[in-house]
Design a protein around this ligand. Structure first.
Ligand code: SAH
Ligand code: SF4
Ligand code: F3S
Length: 494
């Protein structure tokens, strides 16, 4: 029997990584990845329910997939992720062509559920577990496609105990649980040995890593540490040049984490600091457990530790009771902190959350106008920050061909900014460029990205098995260091 799968993934990086784990598991069970859904015998949809729109996406997808299911006998269709966790077997009842539903703690059951589906048995498993087993995964199967060579996600904790009143995540991901540090370190060592340069540590509140164990004095027994200490250990893994983490919660930027940003060169000079609002009253109703002034203080402390640090954020407009003055406070905070980028959303009531019961949500048109004003402000800040980068040098970890087509390549610098450049100018084959770390000079700023021109420096390394960098036809250009131009410290240059 042929057995080829495809996975459709919605939502955050946690979901992207969960899909990688499922794909790996399926490979270990003799499945291979289909080139497209038309050729697939199994389709898994990994869902997100953070806003209503994300959840509805699943329902329209499932409607459209009736035809896919009918088109070939023996096809199996499964749904996992955050909507699956919330809806469970109600999805099976509502969609008769759906074969199986698995919750966020049940990823490892997928191969068995697929086999059952092929034998005509439909099933739903959404039980929650507090077992550390969920962090144990088989070694990466050699057949798994590497979507971004040179980079990898590493789960350090899962779940969320914060219960912000607008947020469905504590209901879909369960309670906070941290993975033993030695397992995280071993995974990162293994990744480095296969040429991974950049790791992104993942957790719903990633910088809360180990906090319950540390507070209860049982970190040694649990094998966990404080988050800053974990970063310190990982920064010592040979071959790892960049460490990122997402998503942190502002409450857990303690002195040790701030100091780590000043001390660890491998820790990227970018922090995502999700503010949500600049109004203390709104923050209180959101149960965010900080005030706007705390965010300003964290931003200042991080920049004192690492002067070139770039901050980005998440913001919600139209939360119940948000007045015009509350909204102005959000605009003021964004301008004061000077975020380089922001994801901003209109509040979307989620079933089962406390905010869904709160009265006083602004009219949809008001929320829409606020969103547009906020996004307008942010666009200006982003473009100004990008323009300030023109003429500076940076190192770009290439991800592959750019969406702009042609011979354009795309990658990210340490500040998590998208940098596009021309493959021919860099002497690279666009198909083999992913994973190459390249020194560039920023030559142009656009609203969403930077344009770079390759510059040669001695000692530049490329990922194993990747195209070798050759001297760019335009030569190294004037050796202008960033430090000389703007007085900021740049990784890989100073
Ligand atoms: N753990 C992160 C956030 C993860 S959810 C934190 O604590 O900041 C990602 C983002 O989605 C949130 O930061 C928030 O801005 C947005 N979001 C979450 N629930 C939402 C809702 N009900 N309506 C609109 N936006 C929401
Ligand atoms: Fe949601 Fe708040 Fe947890 Fe972030 S910290 S995942 S916003 S409940
Ligand atoms: Fe969405 Fe679940 Fe992530 S709700 S944002 S996929 S944790």
């Amino acid at each position: 029997m042929s057995s080829r799968f495809r996975i459709r993934t919605y939502g955050c990086q946690m979901n992207v990584h969960d899909s990688e784990k499922i794909a790996n598991l399926l490979h270990h069970h003799r499945w291979s990845e289909a080139r497209g859904e038309d050729e697939a015998d199994l389709l898994v949809i990994n869902t997100c329910s953070i806003r209503e729109k994300a959840e509805h996406r699943l329902y329209s997808d499932l409607g459209a997939l009736r035809a896919w299911k009918r088109a070939a006998p023996g096809r199996a269709l499964g749904v996992g992720g955050c909507v699956a966790q919330q809806e469970g077997d109600a999805l099976l009842r509502r969609f008769p062509h759906l074969d199986f539903v698995f919750g966020t703690h049940n990823l490892r059951r997928v191969p068995a559920m697929v086999e059952a589906a092929r034998a005509g048995q439909r099933s739903a498993r959404v039980d929650e577990s507090r077992s550390l087993e969920r962090f144990d995964w088989p070694e990466r199967h050699p057949a798994t496609s590497e979507h971004s060579p040179g980079r990898a996600f590493v789960t350090v904790m899962e779940g969320c105990d914060m219960f912000c009143t607008f947020c469905v995540v504590p209901l879909t991901r369960g309670r906070e649980i941290s993975r033993p540090a030695r397992d995280v370190i071993a995974e990162v060592e293994g990744l480095a040995a296969r040429g991974v340069r950049e790791v992104t540590l993942l957790g719903q509140t990633v910088n809360a890593y180990g906090r319950h164990d540390v507070r209860r004095g049982r970190a040694a027994a649990a094998g966990t540490l404080g988050f800053a200490e974990l970063l310190e250990r990982l920064a010592g893994v040979p071959g790892i040049e960049r460490i990122r983490y997402t998503s942190p919660h502002p409450l857990f930027f303690d002195d040790a984490l701030v100091a780590a940003h000043g001390r660890l060169p491998a820790l990227c000079p970018h922090v995502h600091l999700p503010a949500q609002s600049g109004s203390d009253e709104v923050l209180e109703r959101m149960h965010r457990r900080y005030r706007a002034a705390d965010l300003v203080r964290i931003a200042e402390a991080l920049r004192a530790a690492r002067p070139d640090l770039v901050l980005t954020t998440d913001l919600i407009v139209g939360f119940p009771g948000e007045s015009e003055a509350d909204f102005r406070a959000t605009l003021d905070l964004v301008a004061e902190i000077g975020f380089v980028d922001a994801y901003s959303f209109k509040y979307s009531p989620r079933p089962g959350t406390r905010a869904a019961e709160l009265p006083g949500a602004p009219e949809p048109a008001v929320a829409q106008a606020r969103l547009e004003e906020l996004q307008g402000l942010q666009r200006g800040l982003t473009l100004a920050a990008h323009r300030a980068r023109v003429g500076t040098r940076t190192r770009v970890l290439l991800e592959g061909p750019s969406r702009r087509g042609g011979t354009q390549l795309t990658g990210r610098d340490p500040y998590h900014r998208v940098v596009n450049l021309d493959a021919a100018e860099a002497g690279l084959d666009p198909e083999r460029a992913a994973g190459v770390l390249l020194e560039v000079e920023i030559v142009e700023a656009t609203p969403h990205s930077l344009i770079g021109a390759p510059r040669v420096t001695a000692g530049l390394r490329t990922g194993p098995g990747q195209a070798k960098f050759r001297k760019s036809p335009s030569g190294p250009g004037p050796m202008r260091t960033v430090a000389a131009r703007s007085g900021v410290r740049m990784p890989g240059i100073d």
